[in-house]
Design a protein around this ligand. Structure first.
Ligand SMILES: [Zn+2]
Ligand SMILES: [Zn+2]
Length: 136
């Protein structure tokens, strides 16, 4: 039987199971991901909503990103970890913040980097990864 990937927020109040491997992985350099993560980019995993199982409640920040489209940023109200994002443009999908996984062992690397026009200048492009100045 396949071992499901598990993850959760820093304090453990929010936990989740991924019942399938992510369909895609992307690095996002948008300014909203920078602010939410407190870092220079976010590493996002795309999975079907049906394959995402969560226990514990998240709080939701309704955001309009650099694209102008609505996104719902779910985070832990106790420790503040960003856990998932749902976006208006991708119905039925959940975007999981890769850093919340318990283990990134064997996890696929990114296929795309988006919003590279907002990327910090000292960061080299990742080898073999398709870059988009904004959202593809
Ligand atoms: Zn937490
Ligand atoms: Zn972003």
């Amino acid at each position: 039987m396949m071992q499901y990937r598990k993850g959760g927020c820093l304090c453990g109040a929010v936990r989740y199971v991924l019942k399938a491997e992510p369909q895609a992985a992307a690095i996002c350099h948008c300014t909203h991901c920078q602010k939410q993560s407190g870092s220079v980019f976010s590493f996002n995993l795309f999975i079907d909503e049906a394959d995402y199982e969560q226990t514990g409640e998240t709080m939701v920040y309704e955001d309009r990103g650099n694209s102008g489209h609505l996104s719902y940023r779910h985070f832990c109200g106790s420790c503040g970890s960003p856990v998932i994002t749902k976006v208006e443009m991708l119905p039925g999908k959940v975007i999981v913040k890769a850093g919340t996984l318990d283990s990134m062992e064997g996890l696929q690397g990114p296929q795309t980097e988006i919003y590279t026009d907002r990327a910090v200048k000292w960061l080299e492009p990742f080898a073999g990864v398709t870059r988009f100045p904004r959202s593809p």
